[in-house]
Write a protein that binds this ligand. Structure first.
Ligand code: HEM
Length: 515
């Protein structure tokens, strides 16, 4: 039975208990006489305190500090040759979007201008269910072996004893895991301190697959390019703002939308055929690498506009539950092991953070009706009425044939192995290009400075030397400049295997039997 949960206008609102009974005096508590103890029968008072006691839910284990808004995604170009997703069936199609931006390492009260990657999580409500794109503002990431994620995150958070952020553990992890260097260099450039959440790009980082209605499929990277450009702060501006206005990112997003300066992004894909992927220099499953635009040009597909601030932050942003595994037919995961692990991790953490029925919360509920055999659990708002809770022969649920899926277009043959990637010379090519060809002299100087003011805090000479050897493997001059800035001896480059020893990306491509 539907209930009228809110008063239609603010003027209509009448104070009630949570069971809807009007209360005459909200500040009064029932007590024995003027000076006696309180009465247990005072439901209003007990309900008020008990609800207050439970106001905080667990904050996200990462990406706890954030800001968000609503808007729309519009398809601007025909990509039906790439995907059969209903959203992309027609140019002009629109999906209501909710976006949450975030920093990664800090707690929910931490500063928005911290040097940190930014989350860029997008929920698109389509006629075939919700499509979540849970991206970051950098095109690459620190890891490519998913089991490293909890280790890595622990080192970016607080020391178990001192409860302080710790430069030794921060650089200890990174220097032992040099595949992180590409992301480290982006993070310590001024891109590591974006000027607000709404003036930066967003990237899938991972390779996805788009499948068209003939069953052909493509590897795809997705880019959200800010129409007003990627604006950054330098280290000193960001540090000052962290003290003066730790909520700078939330505020500037909110105010941009309130003043109708709607943030917008042009959305592009890069595509690669399965055959191209086999001859590409890097593995498409390695999210420490980018796909050069010269080889794989950006193809426009749509635009994202944020034009509506949340009316209630907690209900519409804090309770938003994004997951890379919330996908729709026509868009699929690649075999990237980090992406595959994320498919598990997000719904798992949502069940912990928001409860097993998190998909039923208004901000998360799809706009299309759902019908399945999930029932009950805490907060079952949509418990699917009288419909049978098993596949009944009397009133069976119909199945809509799913278009082509990865279950049909790939076969996997081989043994199970425990795999951990190895570092090779390939891992330093793109960071070297960034240092030698992309950054100008000013941005080179900023990168050196930004690393130096952080690395100098590491007490361990060994950790410092090891990280310098990783920078030297990128470029000796880069490493020497950082060494000089922190007063450390210069070091030789880290020795790594040659590129020829990298495991090539090969997959068994072909259509397998329908079943
Ligand atoms: C948030 C796990 C890698 C982007 C989270 C959360 C978890 C998590 C548990 C908290 C979610 C919540 O409480 O709602 C992981 C694991 C990873 C991984 C296990 C690797 C093995 C990545 C990568 C990206 C990414 C590679 C981007 C390309 C995000 C974003 C959020 C997030 C944007 C915030 C979502 C929001 O605003 O609610 N991650 N993550 N993560 N992660 Fe990851």
């Amino acid at each position: 039975m539907p209930s009228k949960q809110v008063f239609e206008t603010k003027d209509e609102a009448v104070y009630t208990t949570s069971n809807g009974a009007p209360v005459k005096e909200p500040y009064a508590a029932e007590r024995v006489g003027f000076n006696g103890p309180l009465l247990l029968q005072d439901f209003h008072h007990i309900d008020l305190l008990a609800h207050f006691d439970r106001e905080r839910i667990p904050e996200r284990v990462v990406h706890a500090k954030g800001a968000g808004a609503h808007g729309y995604f519009e398809v601007t170009h025909d990509i039906t040759d790439l995907t059969c997703a209903a959203l992309f069936k027609k140019v002009g199609n629109r999906a209501r979007a909710t976006v949450r931006f975030s920093t990664v390492g800090g707690e929910s009260g931490s500063a928005d201008t911290a040097r940190d990657p930014r989350g860029f999580a997008i929920k698109l409500r389509t006629e075939e269910g919700n499509l979540d794109w849970v991206f970051n503002n950098t095109p690459v990431f620190f890891i490519r072996d998913p089991a490293k994620f909890p280790h890595f995150i622990h080192t970016q958070k607080r020391d178990p004893q001192t409860h302080l952020k710790d430069a030794d553990m921060f650089w200890d992890y990174l220097s032992q895991n040099p595949e992180s260097i590409h992301q480290v260099m982006i993070l310590f450039s001024d891109r590591g301190t974006p000027d607000g959440y709404h003036q930066m790009h967003g990237y899938s980082g991972h390779t996805f697959k788009f499948v068209n209605d003939k069953g052909d499929w493509y590897y795809v990277q997705i880019h959200f390019i800010a129409d007003k450009g990627f604006k950054t702060l330098d280290n000193e501006q960001a540090g000052k703002l962290a003290g003066d206005n730790p909520d700078y990112g939330i505020q500037s997003l909110f105010e941009a939308i309130e003043s109708k300066q709607y943030p917008s992004w042009t959305v592009y894909v890069q595509t690669m055929t399965p055959a191209q992927a086999e001859s590409f220099r890097y593995s498409v499953l390695d999210l420490t690498k980018i796909w050069p635009h010269s080889q794989f040009p950006l193809r426009p597909i749509g635009k994202l506009v944020l034009n509506e601030n949340p009316a209630n932050y907690f209900a519409e942003i804090e309770q938003a539950a994004f997951s890379p595994s919330h996908i729709v037919p026509g868009i699929e995961p690649s075999a990237d092991p980090v992406l595959q692990s994320r498919f598990f991790s997000y719904p798992d953490t949502h069940r912990h953070r928001l409860g097993v029925n998190y998909q039923q919360l208004p901000v998360n509920a799809p706009i299309v009706p759902i019908a399945n055999f999930q029932r009950d659990g805490f907060m079952a708002f949509n418990n699917q009425g009288a419909r049978p809770n098993y596949q009944s022969s009397i009133s069976p649920l119909k199945y809509k044939a799913k278009p082509y899926s990865s279950l049909q277009h790939e076969t996997w043959i081989g043994n199970s192995i425990a795999h951990l990637s190895e570092i090779t010379e390939l891992d330093f090519e793109q960071p070297r290009e960034l240092w030698q060809k992309v950054l100008d002299d000013t941005h080179k100087a900023h990168l050196v400075h930004n690393v130096a003011v952080h690395l100098v805090n590491a007490k361990s000479a060994e950790v410092k030397a090891r990280q310098l050897s990783v920078f030297a493997a990128v470029d000796q001059d880069l490493s020497d400049r950082i060494a000089k800035a922190i007063g450390a001896p210069t070091v030789q480059p880290l020795k790594v295997k040659p590129a020829s020893e990298a495991i090539p990306f090969k997959t068994n491509i072909g259509k397998s039997q329908n079943f």
